[in-house]
Design a protein around this ligand. Structure first.
Ligand SMILES: *[C@@H]1O[C@H](CO)[C@@H](O)[C@H](O)[C@H]1NC(C)=O
Ligand SMILES: *[C@@H]1O[C@H](CO)[C@@H](O)[C@H](O)[C@H]1NC(C)=O
Ligand SMILES: *[C@@H]1O[C@H](CO)[C@@H](O)[C@H](O)[C@H]1NC(C)=O
Ligand SMILES: *[C@@H]1O[C@H](CO)[C@@H](O)[C@H](O)[C@H]1NC(C)=O
Length: 229
């Protein structure tokens, strides 16, 4: 038993040793391979930082370009600050193409109409006049969301400018809805609470901006089209 074990150990050790030796001999590294390994290593050290630097510069440029684009589009609206801050903050706006900003602006208006509706539904008006005005607003804003959704679907493609007249008509109609909502309070002779006033003002601004951007982009497009001929 004992001897047997020792023999086993020795044979394992010796086969291990010879294995190591063989593997050393088997892995004599030919010069061209060593050379290419060094080149690869050198490449990794030197190319990586250059790539990272290039990427950083490109993202930087991309960011500057998109903020320039947003500012120049918002320059065509009545409410520059609301436009610039909301478009800049919109997810994916930094990657968006020029023609997409009409859709994004309409989405901001649609989302805000929904926010105002959700807010109204949290209000606990007790007098019948306020209730009537708020109910009308909910109905009006519901129509507004539908209309904006149609418009947004139409603007999903870069060719939306071919139906610019429809887009402008729908956005102009959408812009009347916040006014209709506010008028409801005047008609019922009730005060609108301060939050509701502010929210309605924002909704007007978002919608007005969407109309201005869509008009500007589509006029620019038709101008280009004429210039091509
Ligand atoms: C915005 O418009 C003003 C006046 O028309 C112009 O001076 C300015 O350069 C414009 N800014 C952008 C970002 O287009
Ligand atoms: C537009 O918005 C961006 C992002 O919030 C901001 O950095 C920039 O200063 C704004 N431009 C102006 C002219 O206010
Ligand atoms: C309306 O009433 C609910 C429950 O009574 C309350 O939680 C909520 O804060 C109220 N909303 C407002 C805007 O006062
Ligand atoms: C834009 O093109 C798509 C597919 O090419 C088409 O389905 C859509 O109706 C077009 N939209 C407009 C506004 O022409």
């Amino acid at each position: 038993m004992y001897f047997g074990r020792q023999t086993d150990m020795q044979s394992i050790k010796s086969s291990h040793k010879s294995g190591v030796a063989r593997s050393w001999r088997g892995h004599v590294v030919p010069f061209p391979v060593m050379c290419s390994v060094i080149v690869v290593c050198v490449g990794i050290v030197f190319i990586r930082p250059i790539n990272a630097q290039q990427q950083q510069e490109e993202t930087g440029l991309e960011r500057i370009r998109s903020s320039d684009l947003i500012e120049s589009l918002c320059n065509k609206t009545l409410y520059f600050d609301v436009c610039n801050s909301s478009l800049s903050a919109y997810p994916g706006a930094d990657q968006a193409k020029r023609w997409e900003f009409a859709r994004i602006a309409a989405e901001l208006s649609r989302n805000d109409a929904q926010i105002v509706t959700d807010y109204i539904l949290t209000l606990n008006a007790t007098d019948p006049a306020s209730c009537a005005a708020l109910e009308d607003c909910v109905e009006v804003l519901d129509d507004m969301v539908d209309e904006l959704n149609d418009c947004i679907s139409l603007m999903a493609d870069s060719n939306w400018t071919q139906r610019a007249d429809d887009v402008k008509t729908w956005l102009s109609a959408a812009l009347t809805y916040p006014y209709t909502c506010i008028e409801g309070f005047t008609d019922e002779d009730v005060d609108m609470d301060q939050n509701m006033k502010e929210k309605s003002e924002y909704l007007k601004k978002f919608t007005s901006n969407a109309l201005a951007i869509a008009s500007y982009l589509s006029d620019e497009e038709s101008y280009k089209w004429i210039a091509d001929f």
